[in-house]
Design a protein around this ligand. Structure first.
Ligand code: KG4
Ligand code: ZN
Length: 341
């Protein structure tokens, strides 16, 4: 029997410290330590994030190994998020990964966080029917920092065909939520409120952006002005209409996203379609994508909720395919806050 390939994966790009163990492409464990410390500030505070990563990383890795039933000396390679992300946060994961690899004399694998979100569709689990996309595969990546349309030609060969020219979809959710006085991150809160609101209650203009690119800053501004005018007339406007505001805003964001996804599918002829990233947890987006899939004969891939937001399993899966191709990095590697794809 061929020896097993066991990858220890570390993700620390933003405010979640995560470690996972992947064995021959199957996720054995995926631990995530959330950082509640940011809630009081209405957003992620980089300095606090890196300190929390330092406190969390050793216990999280220990638990990931224990849950997977693996010892440190059974790990074949360490994969870590090189970027994009917050530099101080990335530095904690990168330094830990280097130290572990050096101590055990095993290869080090640098992973692009965005590529990993897409690769979460290739995560397999034991005891489950694993549906995996065929190539070429078209993925809408929607997170707090990115909104992209990507054609995946092979596990590690990806082509960017659409991108946001300003804010990301997750940012639109978070910033509009903040304007309504909702806590951070606003996306899941708006999702919950929207489920009992009327999406037709208010209309917000959608941007006219050519081709497959996106824009969300205009929507954010018009939402802000709309609320400012209504609140001037009635100070209780937001509180009285919270569910309907959330539902109408969410509907607009979804229409922008789905409109471009449909167009990308038509232009590329690809009907293996997926969504990924934090915003792919959104109930309205998942339902809208499912409706389009039925209408257009797409083979649709919606990630499990645990793989929508940041997690190390997706880093480990990407690391596994890099391991198969011996795409290792040396110890001079440094984290990169911005990666232009
Ligand atoms: O992928 P992710 O965890 O981190 C980044 O790489 O950015 O995405 C975080 C983003 C946040 O903007 C958050 O508000 C959004 O994902 N998000 C959601 C939902 N869950 C998370 N947005 C809308 N609906 C949700 N259910
Ligand atoms: Zn992410």
């Amino acid at each position: 029997m061929a020896p097993q390939i066991t990858i220890l994966a570390i993700e620390s790009s933003c405010d979640d410290t995560s470690a996972a163990v992947i064995c021959d492409g199957f996720v054995l464990s995926n631990l995530i330590a959330n950082q509640d410390v940011h809630k009081a500030y209405g957003g992620v505070v980089p300095e606090l994030a890196s300190r929390a990563h330092q406190a969390n990383i050793v216990p999280v890795v220990d638990q990931a190994l224990a849950r997977a039933g693996k010892r440190a000396d059974e790990v074949s390679a360490v994969a870590f998020t090189q970027g994009p992300g917050l530099l101080g946060s990335l530095l904690v994961g990168t330094s830990f990964a280097k130290g572990f690899a050096l101590a055990r004399n095993i290869p080090l694998i640098a992973v692009n966080h965005l590529q990993a979100h897409v690769m979460s569709h290739f995560a397999m689990e034991h005891g489950k029917e694993n549906r995996i996309p065929q190539f070429p595969f078209l993925c809408l990546l929607v997170s707090g920092g990115h909104t992209q349309l990507i054609v995946i030609r092979d596990h590690l060969v990806m082509e960017l065909i659409g991108n946001t020219i300003d804010d990301a979809a997750g940012e639109a959710f978070d910033k509009c939520a903040k304007v309504m006085g909702l806590p951070y991150p606003g996306g899941p809160v708006i999702d919950r409120l929207a489920s009992v609101g009327n999406p037709d209650a208010f209309r917000f203009a959608k941007p006219r952006i050519q081709g497959l690119n996106f824009s969300f800053s205009g929507l954010k501004t018009s939402f802000l002005y709309f609320l400012r005018d209504r609140v001037a007339e009635d100070p209780g406007f937001i509180g009285k209409n919270l569910n309907d505001l959330a539902a109408s805003l969410q509907r607009t964001i979804i229409e922008i996203l789905i409109g471009k996804l449909v167009r990308a599918s038509r232009e590329t002829g690809i009907r293996e379609i997926g969504i990924a990233g934090g915003v792919s947890a959104n109930g309205g987006l998942r339902r809208a994508a499912t409706r389009e899939a039925e209408k257009r004969g797409w083979n649709l891939f919606l990630p499990e909720f645990r793989y929508t937001t940041d997690n190390a399993a997706m880093i480990g899966i990407t690391g596994y395919y890099k391991y198969l191709r011996a795409e290792f990095t040396d110890h001079s590697v440094i984290p990169v806050a911005r990666i232009d794809t």
